[in-house]
Design a protein around this ligand. Structure first.
Ligand SMILES: NC(=O)c1ccc[n+]([C@@H]2O[C@H](COP(=O)([O-])OP(=O)(O)OC[C@H]3O[C@@H](n4cnc5c(N)ncnc54)[C@H](OP(=O)(O)O)[C@@H]3O)[C@@H](O)[C@H]2O)c1
Length: 295
């Protein structure tokens, strides 16, 4: 294993928690903003200087920038606050990290693309439709403007896990199915959802090889939300028997009455990541199977 030490800004979030669990306190310092956890440090990206945060805590090679407002609807609902958190504060964090000689690893998104064709490669033109994607792209460009100083941009697809109660795709469907609740599912939005453990592997492989630049990090299969739900249902039914009175409603993502138009196909190509780290993510069918097997 390489000898890097890492700052996890946003260590109380979904990805940050898993990254910190893998690295442990000897190799990482992780932060929280409103959700404290043992060993974590409070960090407000708008007010806490990173130099103060790490003073007396040794040297760090990289900082995973996982902090900010990650919900698309929240970014759109409060554009001023989300711009401050996701753009202004993120740019300031990049400046501070560079001054401290710590390489920033910025978590971006597949919705920097407009979803008109899918299969996007790193060098393809970006054109975000939603506020969240616009904010991420602004920070990507800021980081790339000083790329000579190093830095990694990781464009993540939708991340999910295989544990009940964690609030990601399969867990939410499982809860709704078992409670007999309605499921409203888009049938025309395609993406390459990616397993949280693979995300942790991929992020660590990038920093341990000391790489820089833009990388697409996503699952191996392009599917619609509907296709993923049907995959999950197949395993759910095989394990628990037929769902009584399933109340599943399919419709277009843009029939959900969001005030912004959502991109339809944000699937990404991962050839660059395959060449860089030997990326071999877990297929969603296997993850659906593992989810129900673990119940
Ligand atoms: N999860 C995905 O599917 C996905 C996909 C593409 C890109 N991404 C990006 O990857 C990153 C991590 O995603 P995630 O799912 O782990 O997000 P998350 O669960 O929403 O976590 C966000 C983190 O940011 C912290 N935070 C929020 N406001 C802050 C502030 N003002 N100062 C400092 N910290 C602040 C939160 O702290 P508290 O919880 O303690 O308040 C939390 O630790 C995000 O940038 C997200 O946009 C995620």
């Amino acid at each position: 294993m390489a000898s890097g030490r890492y700052l996890i800004l946003g260590g109380s979030g979904y990805i940050g928690r898993h990254l910190y669990a893998r690295l442990g306190p000897d190799r990482a310092l992780a932060t929280w903003y409103t959700h404290p956890f043992p060993g974590g440090l409070h960090f407000d990206s708008g007010s806490v200087p990173i130099a103060d945060l790490i003073r007396g805590r040794g040297a760090f090679t990289h900082a995973f920038m996982l902090m900010g407002i990650s919900k698309l609807l929240e970014c759109e609902r409060d554009k001023v606050a989300s711009h401050r958190a996701n753009v202004i504060n993120a740019q300031s964090v990049i400046d501070q990290l560079r001054a401290l000689n710590i390489t920033p690893v910025f978590a971006s998104t597949d919705v920097v693309f407009d979803g008109t064709r899918g299969g996007y490669r790193e060098e393809d033109p970006t054109h975000p439709l939603v506020t969240y994607g616009q904010q991420k792209l602004t920070v990507e460009r800021y980081l790339l403007a000083s790329a000579a100083q190093g830095g990694i941009i990781v464009r993540l697809a939708k991340v999910y896990g295989i544990r009940r109660g964690e609030g990601t795709l399969l867990a939410n469907w499982f809860d709704a199915l078992t409670a007999g609740q309605e499921i409203h599912c888009a049938d025309d939005q395609c993406f390459c959802p990616v397993f949280i453990d693979d995300v942790v592997d991929g992020l660590l492989a990038l920093v341990e090889r000391n790489l820089s630049g833009v990388y697409h990090l996503c699952g191996p299969t392009c599917c619609s939300r509907r296709q993923l739900l049907e995959m999950f249902l197949k395993h759910y039914v095989a394990r628990f028997g037929p769902v009584r009175n399933p109340r599943i409603h399919y419709r277009s993502i843009n029939a959900f009455n969001f005030s912004e138009r959502w991109p339809l196909d944000t699937s990404m190509a991962t050839k660059k990541l395959e060449a860089a780290i030997g990326w071999q993510p877990t297929p969603p069918d296997l993850l659906c199977q593992r989810f129900v097997a673990g119940l």
